[in-house]
Structures are given as C-alpha cells and as structure tokens.
Design a protein. Structure first.
Length: 559
C-alpha cells in the first residue's frame, strides 16, 4: 500500500503539471477540433477493448506486478509524444499507447488492492491512496496554470508534458523496484492458447450470472453515455462556453480535489460500517447536480458564469468520494483469483459501447456544446435504477457477547417438552423458575444476581436481552400431538388441531419479539448459535447429544 501511495502521488503530479490546459492545448495549438477529440476517444476505447480482452488473462497468468509495471512504463510514452508533437495526428498513436498501458494497469491494480487489504477496511485503504493523490491534485494544477500562463499561455503547455514524462518514469522505476505482490496463478505450466483469454471471459461471465452480478454489467454497459460522451469536453466547456480564464483553469481540479479530500475518509469509513451500496446510491445526486450546474451556466449566461465550473467540479468531487465504496463492492463480488478477469470483462463491455459513443460526443458538441452534458445527465438518471438491483457485498460483523449469560430462557413449539426440560434444569442447577410474569416482574428478575430459568412468553420477552442463554425446543407436530394425546387423553386429531392453533400463537410472538419466522424451520436436531456459545461448549453439546442418541438407540428391549 505504501508503494501504491507513492506511485499515486507521482502520477497525480504528472497529471497536474498541465494545469488543466491539456485538452485546450490539443485544440488551440495542435489543431484538433471537437469531432477529432471525440474520434480520439473512440480510438482509445477500441484500443483498450482489444488489449483488455487479453490483459486480465496476462495479469493472472504471468504476474500482476509485471503487468502493473509494464502498464506504468507505457504511460510514460504519451506525454513524451505530446511534447514532441507538432500536429494533432500524433495524438492518435499516443492515445493508443495510453490505452494499452491502462488496460494492463486497471486489472492488476484491482488485484493488488484486493490482496493487500482486508474486507473490514478496504474502502478506507483505497481512500487513503486516493486521498494522497488528491492532495497533490489540489495543489499542483493552480500553480502550474499560473506559471504556464506567465510563460506564454496555452502554447507553453508543451513543456509541461516533458515534466509529466519524467514524473511517470520515476513512478515506473519505483514500482518496479519496491512493489511486492502475492500471486495466485492458474495453469502456469500449461501451453498458452489464443482462445484461452476469451474462454476465461466467458467463464467469468457465467460466474457473474450465478452471483446475480449481471446488473453490474448492465450498469457498466450504459456508462459511456455518462463518462465517455463528455470525457474530452469538461475543460473545453469551462474555457469556451462558461468563459473561465486560463489563470483560473488550474483551480478546477483543485475545487474537485478539495471536496474529495475533505469527505473521502469519512465517507469511506462510513462505507466500512454501513455498507457500500448505501453510500454510492446516496452520493449519486451530486453527479447530477454537477451536470445541471454546467447546463444552467451555459444556458442562462451571466457575468458570474465563469465561476459555475468551479461549483460543478466541487459537486463532482463530492460524488467521487463514493468511488472507493463502489470499487470495494466490485472487488468483493468475485473470488480473488478472478478479480483481474472480472475487471477485464467489465471494461470490455464498457469499451464496446464507448467506441461509437466517443465519436457521438464530438458530433453532439459540434451541434451544441450543452448536448453531451444533457445526454450524460439523462443517461445516469436512468441507469441508477440498475444499482438498486446489485447485491450488497459488505457483511457487518456483530460484536460478540461481552459477558456470559446469567439467565436461561427456554421456549418451545407447544408440546415439545418444555415442562420436563425446565424441571430438569431446576433440579440439576438449582435455579429459580419463572413461568409467568408481567413487565415489572420480569424487570425484577433481570435485576437479580441469582440466575433463573424463564419459560413461556415471559421467556420470549427476556430473550431479547443480552443476559440470557436462549434455548428453543422443537419437535415435529405429529410427535408433539402424540405427547399431548397421552397426557390429556384426547383423540390424536383433536390434539393435532389444538397444536396448530397454539403454534400460530407462538409464531406470532416470535415474529413480534425477534422478527423471525417459526413456520419454516430447517431440519435440525440441535441448534447452536456460535455467536453466543464458545466453540468448546458447542463441542460438548454435540458430544453429549451424539453419545446420548446412540445410547438411546442401543438400549435393550425389556422382556
């Protein structure tokens, strides 16, 4: 995690040295128009798609560290090409190389996070890395923008790409030297097959269907209509539509990073307590507000419109704090040996759709710069409904009982033998028996230091307290009816009908006190709650039950 943190800081600095003016440089200096920028996004998506079909398999087969280092090394190439470029044509190979590097980094990074963190604090661990990078992203861009505008304006951005190249190179060398990753590989000695990656993706898709994760895949498939359609145009919208001056462009990433940094750790800790799904659903509206702010600023223009992008970026930063929760949820949904391929499958689906959507974004921008953002807003409002269907992966761990139980609560399905068991407990343990008591009487019993055996509905009310050992006695209704028949001298069918009515009363009481259902009991001989019973005691219970049942079966018949 330390290595990932240092790398994140260097990569964030590399991205920030352009001062948020990179896309503006591509358009106003290298001559790439809006349609070309959209086409570049489509080419990048196509490159990622092709490489992602194999990258997850390569990561799992030949090592995640190798893939991670190789991807980081490839990320050095695009800024070097941007620095050397004299025309927008050079952008195409740079975007292709960047896409290939990204396709290697993403699945290996997901795996490294999965094996380096615990479920109980995974969101917080991811947030710590993101926090470090965002502190850098908050400080570097505004300074870089001011310096670049002093040095010659947008054309001076060219030299910031050289600085970016050096920083990413340093990150690649550091990761190669310091990163240590436990590897889990499959069929490492077998001869590789060109069809194996595709078969693996099919296998991962089947697993996703078994785990009811296809809603995630549908959510991902609609993602390009939210992210890719506006991907190249955020900064251009602020610069050209809202009129944000170049000196203030560097404050846009700062506005986003500031809200992100302030809220990320609290939100991620909350995710580790209350669940991932609740967090990313609750924060989704801030993305909608971000889009809406830009649309309003671009429609109802005023002298303060240049400030609207800062508000939109800040709102996006609030929304982005849910990214750690969503990442943790996606990682936890799959076995760790399939995490890289699960990531590859999701990305492959995303980029299949992103290929035409990138070009569509450029066409929409050329018609009206507001259209890509309007499409993104409408699309995310619709696809958020899919998130309601995805499973919650966080499992809350209840605290163990702080002190041993003082009282014994015994309740039964009517006729299961409650009286006999209570009598035995009283005789063997010498406990006071409470069969009927009102609320005041029960409070008095619970205040006593002396242990008691509490039965019947009084026991059900006490069973909610932490100071009691709760025992449920069950038996098939037919067997209980035979006992009642022998005790009361009633016909069997009469006893059976009486028990049906009494069972319903007990079931209603259990639902009222425990929110549980006694109508659908699984078959069992002994029920043991391991949260409340230590393993050594559970072992003794099972041992006694086993020996007792064998003795009972072997008891010789009386002549």
């Amino acid at each position: 995690m330390k290595v990932l943190l240092v790398r994140a800081v260097l990569i964030a600095a590399a991205g920030g040295v352009t001062g948020g003016l990179g896309i503006i440089y591509f358009k106003h200096v290298l001559g790439a128009d809006a349609v070309t920028l959209g086409l570049l996004t489509s080419v990048s998506s196509l490159s990622i798609l092709v490489s992602m079909l194999f990258s997850g398999w390569l990561c799992d087969r030949y090592g995640r560290k190798r893939a991670f280092v190789a991807g980081t090394a490839l990320a050095c190439v695009p800024p070097l090409l941007f620095f050397l470029a004299s025309d927008w044509v050079v952008l195409f190979p740079a975007y292709v190389v960047s896409a290939v590097g990204s396709s290697l980094i993403t699945p290996s990074y997901q795996y490294i996070i999965r094996v380096s963190t615990r479920r109980s604090n995974r969101s917080t661990s991811i947030a710590a890395v993101n926090m470090a990078s965002n502190i850098v992203a908050m400080a570097v861009p505004p300074v870089a923008a001011l310096v670049l505008m002093k040095l010659g304006g947008v054309p001076a951005v060219r030299y910031s790409f050289l600085a970016s190249f050096l920083l990413i190179s340093a990150a690649a060398l550091y990761v190669a030297k310091r990163l240590k990753v436990p590897e889990y590989t499959e069929n490492g000695d077998s001869k590789p097959s060109l069809l194996e990656p595709l078969r693996d993706l099919v296998r991962v898709y089947r697993i996703s269907r078994e785990r009811r994760l296809h809603y995630w895949l549908l959510f991902v498939a609609t993602g390009p209509f939210v992210g890719t359609v506006v991907g190249p145009f955020w900064s251009l919208y602020a610069y050209e539509v809202c009129g944000t001056p170049g000196e203030l462009m560097g404050l846009l990433p700062t506005a986003q990073a500031l809200t992100y940094a302030l809220l990320l750790m609290p939100v991620s800790r909350l995710s580790d307590r209350v669940g991932r799904k609740r967090i990313y659903l609750s924060l989704r509206p801030f993305l909608w507000l971000s889009f809406a702010t830009l649309l309003v600023a671009g429609t109802a223009k005023s002298e303060y419109s240049y400030l609207a992008p800062h508000v939109a970026w800040a709102l996006y930063g609030v929304f982005a704090t849910s990214s750690a929760s969503m990442a943790a949820s996606l990682m936890e949904a799959f076995p760790k040996e399939y995490v890289s391929r699960w990531t590859s499958l999701r990305n492959a689906i995303y980029y299949v759709v992103a290929i035409p959507v990138g070009y569509l974004g450029g066409v929409l921008w050329s018609m009206d710069p507001r259209l890509p953002f309007a499409v993104a807003l409408a699309s995310d409002l619709a696809r958020t409904l899919l998130l309601l269907k995805v499973p919650e992966t966080y499992i809350a761990h209840e605290k163990a009982r702080a002190k041993p139980p003082r009282h014994i609560v015994v309740y039964e399905l009517p006729g299961a033998g409650l009286s006999a068991v209570v009598r035995l407990l009283r005789d063997r343990l010498g406990f006071h028996v409470v069969e009927e008591a009102d609320e005041e009487g029960l409070r008095e019993v619970m205040r006593r230091r002396e242990p008691s055996v509490i039965s019947g509905e009084a026991g059900l009310r006490v069973a909610r307290e932490d100071g009691a050992l709760v025992v449920l006695l069950v038996a098939p209704r037919y067997e209980r009816a035979k006992r009642v028949m022998r005790e009361r001298g009633e016909p069997l069918f009469v006893a059976y009908k009486e028990l049906e009515e009494e069972d319903r009363k007990v079931s209603k009481a259990v639902k009222r006190y425990f929110k549980a259902d006694l109508e659908h009991l699984p078959p069992f001989d002994v029920a043991i709650n391991m949260q409340r019973i230590p393993p050594d005691v559970a072992e003794r219970i099972i041992e006694v039950a086993y020996i007792g049942s064998r003795r009972r079966r072997r008891r010789p018949r009386r002549r």
